[in-house]
Design a protein around this ligand. Structure first.
Ligand SMILES: NC(=O)c1ccc[n+]([C@@H]2O[C@H](COP(=O)([O-])OP(=O)(O)OC[C@H]3O[C@@H](n4cnc5c(N)ncnc54)[C@H](OP(=O)(O)O)[C@@H]3O)[C@@H](O)[C@H]2O)c1
Length: 296
């Protein structure tokens, strides 16, 4: 994202550049653009500014899918990115190399978000490596679908532990540092099924609904310390997680989406950029649905 020093956006900047090159000046007065003739001068009040410049970010489960897209977009926006992977070791290491092109500090860690002690150790290591931690994204997640009648205890326990307990583990460890800093943004990746429920996903929907309650509670507890906590509820997003679905099921889902298509991981990442950045500094305890209007 490009921003001018007075907070105008990319479009304003591009427009300003265009009009400068034609000897016109593009000004703003109470939100309305005004064009005036001027000399061919270089704009001196406009600078490149990345939205997450100087922020240290930790993303869990970034070896693929939405986590990977967030790591790439965050680094592109100037963030120093720490991220985790678990079983996809090669993909995690490849991502670490890919992220280095953006020139910020990057480090991948192999860590299981569902284990309390590992999460605590990870966060301590990230703070030791990066100095501070401004943004935590609880993204790691799994599905183990099945109708309740056939769902095993293991299917229930593992989904609740990986999806919900991991958010508790990481948030507890990270907010310890954020409280000292009096600054932080926690973003929990939940799901539209955490709001609406879904037949065949009682475990997954419960874990995601739990994340929403967790998000709102943390927002209320830590707002006074300038720590924000929000959730993103993606709809149907094209990743390895949804690749396993029957094409006919996918078609049916897409028909029910007002925008008539599945979402892309990058579209979830863009919402995360907003919640991580100071653009959302007065937003906490909210669930941002990135679902093409699915829940409308
Ligand atoms: N795709 C969708 O349509 C959709 C919709 C709504 C919500 N979501 C949510 O978005 C998040 C990302 O989903 P996705 O579609 O990108 O899934 P994905 O492609 O399957 O990626 C899941 C990521 O989570 C990591 N992970 C799993 N268990 C972990 C653990 N115990 N510790 C650390 N990392 C772990 C995986 O790492 P390894 O592979 O290295 O183990 C992987 O990087 C999940 O929370 C999911 O529930 C997805």
């Amino acid at each position: 994202m490009l921003r001018s020093t007075d907070g105008r956006n990319e479009v304003a900047y591009a427009a300003s550049r265009f009009f400068h090159s034609y000897g016109l000046k593009f000004l703003f007065s109470q939100g309305n653009p005004i064009f005036t003739l001027c000399n061919f001068t270089k704009p001196n009040n406009i600078i490149f500014m990345a939205l997450l410049s100087g922020k240290n970010v930790l993303i869990t489960g970034a070896s693929k899918g939405i986590g990977r897209a967030m790591a790439l977009r965050f680094a592109q926006e100037g963030a120093n990115v720490a991220f985790t992977y678990l079983s996809s070791v090669e993909k995690g290491q490849a991502l670490e190399n890919e992220l280095k092109q953006f020139g910020t500090k990057i480090k991948g860690y192999r860590s299981d978000a569902s284990i309390y002690a590992s999460a605590e150790e990870l966060v301590n290591q990230v703070v030791a490596d990066f100095g501070t931690l401004e943004v935590l994204v609880n993204n790691a997640g799994i599905t183990k679908d099945g109708l309740l009648m056939r769902m095993t205890e293991e299917q229930w326990d593992s989904v609740i532990t990986v999806n919900l307990k991991s958010a508790f583990n990481l948030t507890k460890a990270a907010t310890k540092f954020m409280m000292k800093q009096k600054n932080g943004s926690v973003i929990n990746i939940t799901s539209v099924v955490g709001v609406s429920g879904n037949a065949g996903q009682a475990n997954y929907a419960a874990s995601k609904a739990g994340m929403i309650g967790f998000t709102k509670s943390v927002a209320q507890e830590l707002g006074s310390r300038n720590i924000r906590c929000n959730a993103i509820a993606p709809g149907f997003i094209e990743t390895e997680m949804t690749e396993v679905l029957d094409p006919k099921v996918k078609e049916e889902w897409e028909k029910g989406i007002p925008l008539k298509r599945a979402g892309k991981p990058e579209e979830v990442a863009d919402a995360a950029i907003f919640l991580a950045s100071d653009m959302s500094r007065y937003i906490t305890g909210q669930v941002l649905q990135v679902c093409g209007g699915m829940l409308t």
